[in-house]
Design a protein around this ligand. Structure first.
Ligand SMILES: Cc1cc2nc3c(=O)[nH]c(=O)nc-3n(C[C@H](O)[C@H](O)[C@H](O)COP(=O)(O)O)c2cc1C
Length: 183
């Protein structure tokens, strides 16, 4: 994965990695907030998450095709390489597989490679309390933190479900990716 190529208009390019959580349908809010902060945005969706999002609305909003599968050998890259990545919402499943180095979706492939490429990543976990209680999840977060991944505040919900996109803290991903002034 080569880095450092700006998106359209010379703007930095942000990948928004979307997983199959109930709030995923609200990802347009993150796209809007990122564009307002001068990011050119492309969405990489897990295959499962495609059922949760309005694909054509997101593609119209970003001006880029949603990627969810690997391109065929010889096909051009549909998106420029990322300058940063926001994983939102991040599921229990994808967090644990990413930490374990499993790369069986394009989204996981992008995330697993980004560490070695030095691309900054912010993740907003979205899961319920029963999932969060699993010891593998705590270990995964520790491992990702140790890899330099920026982890958002996460209040596991009592019930998994479809609502909540309006209260999900989408912009926290951008706040985490904004360099803090040196004091
Ligand atoms: C309506 C609905 C809502 C879901 N919400 C969540 C969620 O908030 N967090 C989560 O970890 N899994 C949730 N799931 C389960 C995931 O969709 C499932 O684990 C899936 O395999 C995740 O795939 P992915 O990580 O590749 O996107 C939900 C499933 C459904 C049907």
């Amino acid at each position: 994965m080569d880095l450092g190529h700006p998106g359209s208009g010379g703007r930095p390019f942000l990948y928004v990695v979307v997983c199959a959580a109930g709030v995923a349908g609200g990802v347009g809010r993150l796209v809007t907030a990122a564009q307002q902060r001068n990011w050119d945005v492309g969405v990489v969706a897990t295959p499962q998450s495609l059922d949760f999002i309005d694909r054509s609305a997101v593609e119209t909003q970003t001006g880029h095709p949603i990627r969810s599968a690997w391109r065929r050998p010889g096909d051009p890259r549909p998106l420029p390489p990322p300058d940063a990545i926001a994983v939102a919402p991040a599921t229990f499943n994808t967090i644990n597989k990413w930490a374990a180095g499993i790369s069986d979706t394009l989204a996981l492939g992008v995330l697993c490679e980004a560490y070695g490429s030095g691309v900054p990543i912010a993740v907003l976990p979205c899961l319920n309390a029963a999932q969060a209680a699993h010891p593998a999840y705590r270990e995964s977060l520790e491992r990702l933190r140790g890899m330099g991944v920026l982890i958002g505040s996460h209040e596991p919900s009592v019930q998994p479900g479809t609502g909540g996109a309006d209260v999900f803290r989408w912009e926290e991903a951008l706040e985490l990716l904004t360099p803090k002034p040196v004091s």
